[in-house]
Design a protein around this ligand. Structure first.
Ligand code: FUB
Length: 464
């Protein structure tokens, strides 16, 4: 059960904390990169436990060394509590402070974490325990709870989610590489009670399970990467299933969150102050990327029959990024523009209402498929360090791209801009890509379509 523990304790803890509130937009904080959220309500406070992405700009691997805590009492203003657990708290840890979740029981808080150990095997699940939602936390076992040597463990033992049912029985789910696993835990919360099972009916499970209960129904949300919901298997959507038993069998119910701007995604679903929320991560923070992710929170709504509506992603303020937009002084060129569309649309300074906004001319390359490009040309070199693309989606032959890549003219050839962050392909927003500044006379955006579709843009900014 995730709703527990007296409000007074949370209040006492908060008074001891240096607070740094941030505003209500997504990502919920942008002063550091946070990923893999897990949510917990304690009294009047919603805690979000996250991983911490520290990869450099342009990095191609996770750099994750600690776990962070954020909290709010209004789901709008967030307090950063910093790192409350790190690899150094586990003497047997080698690297990789991946996804984690906190579950309370009998006044104690159990923080289940994914860790690469310093012994044989790959990832493990360890447990730390503390006496308050903010710790301090210490290693509860002195070694992994789940490892590669656990009989019937997953191909990748990460992403724990723990749920204590009304009868006091605790369940641990985890897994990746399409291998979901579950086991009962003993009341001590740090040992298994029975064999590891492979739950049935978790359709297209990839990783990142989140188990909860509502109105007597068990819900399992999880990341999936099948072609039915993502533009490429590198990305993830969030699917969910329901069951009348916490170990299943499960009945798949559909997608509750579409692909986001980061390749990975990781859900938490929680009721707080009478409203339900989905907590997840994206690459939407400035300089963000697949290894520099940021936690987002949005409302989640249930239908009368208990199914969940798809979450509408709130993304920043939706307005154009600030800075000098060199696109306005550029001449645009393209590999192809449909005869009835207008390339000049990309740098006319328009701020669209959404990706289907046709109130002004649009750029589209239907019926071309594969990779097309748009570029800006200047007579004299300009210094550029950000690209912001607002994609066009007519819900017919033109769809959001599968991917994109920013390039610049070196004087003799095109090269990828250095240290590029994720080239976002989200709808209804300016997808900001950052990179190390280049001085150039040409900037090119290579746009790769989803299979069977063409692509288009409503606006493309080239910012200093
Ligand atoms: O953050 C590292 C890993 O990426 C997590 O454990 C997965 O859920 C995915 O988000």
């Amino acid at each position: 059960m995730r709703r527990s523990w007296p409000a007074v304790l949370a209040a006492v803890v908060l008074t001891l904390t240096v607070v740094s509130p941030s505003s209500a937009v997504n990502p919920i904080i942008t002063t550091r990169y946070t990923a893999d959220p897990a949510a917990l309500v304690v009294g009047n406070t919603l805690y979000v436990y996250t991983g911490h992405d520290e990869a450099p700009a342009g990095g191609t691997n996770f750099v994750m060394r600690d776990w962070q805590v954020l909290s709010t009492t209004d789901a709008t203003n967030w307090t950063q509590h910093g790192a409350r657990l790190s690899l150094g708290d586990f003497p047997w840890a080698g690297a990789d402070a991946w996804a984690a979740e906190v579950e309370p029981r009998n006044g104690r808080y159990y923080w289940y974490v994914s860790i690469n150990g310093n012994g044989p095997g790959w990832m493990n699940i360890g447990v730390a325990v503390g006496d308050s939602p903010l710790g301090p936390f210490t290693d509860a076992i002195g070694g992994p709870l789940i490892s590669d040597s656990t009989p019937n463990s997953s191909g990748l033992n990460i992403d724990p989610t723990v749920f204590v049912d009304d009868d006091g029985q605790a369940y641990l789910y985890w897994g990746s590489f399409w291998g979901v696993r579950a086991v009962r835990l003993n009341p001590d919360m740090i040992s298994m009670n029975g064999p590891v099972i492979t739950p049935q009916g978790v359709t297209n499970f990839w990783e990142a399970p989140w188990l909860f209960k509502r109105n007597g129904v068990y819900y399992l949300a999880y990341a999936a990467n099948d072609a039915g919901c993502v533009s490429s298997s590198s990305f993830a959507c969030i699917r969910y299933a329901t069951a009348s038993n916490p170990l299943g069998p499960w009945t798949h119910r559909g997608v509750v969150l579409d692909q986001v701007s980061s390749t990975t995604n990781h859900p938490a679903i929680i009721e707080f102050n009478g409203q339900w929320y989905m907590v997840y991560h994206t690459a939407d923070a400035p300089g963000g990327g697949n290894f520099r992710r940021s936690v987002a929170v949005d409302r989640l709504f249930f239908n009368a029959d208990g199914t969940m509506q798809k979450v509408a992603q709130t993304r920043g303020g939706g307005g154009p990024p600030s800075g000098t937009n060199h696109a306005r002084t550029a001449t645009a060129a393209t590999s192809f523009v449909s005869a009835w569309e207008n390339l000049a649309a990309v740098n006319d300074g328009f701020v669209p209402a959404n990706s289907a906004d046709r109130t002004r001319p649009v750029y589209g390359n239907w019926p071309q498929q594969g990779t097309q490009w748009v570029e800006y040309r200047w007579t004299n070199p300009v210094s550029v360090s950000r690209s912001a693309a607002y994609w066009f989606d007519d819900n017919q032959g033109i769809d959001l791209p599968a991917s994109c890549q920013v390039q610049y003219w070196t004087g003799s050839a095109y090269a990828n801009v250095p240290n590029q962050s994720a080239c976002g392909v989200a709808a209804n927003t300016f997808n900001v890509t950052t990179f190390s500044p280049v001085s150039t006379t040409r900037l090119r955006l290579n746009i790769t379509a989803r299979s069977g579709f063409s692509t288009g843009m409503l606006e493309w900014m080239a910012l200093n």
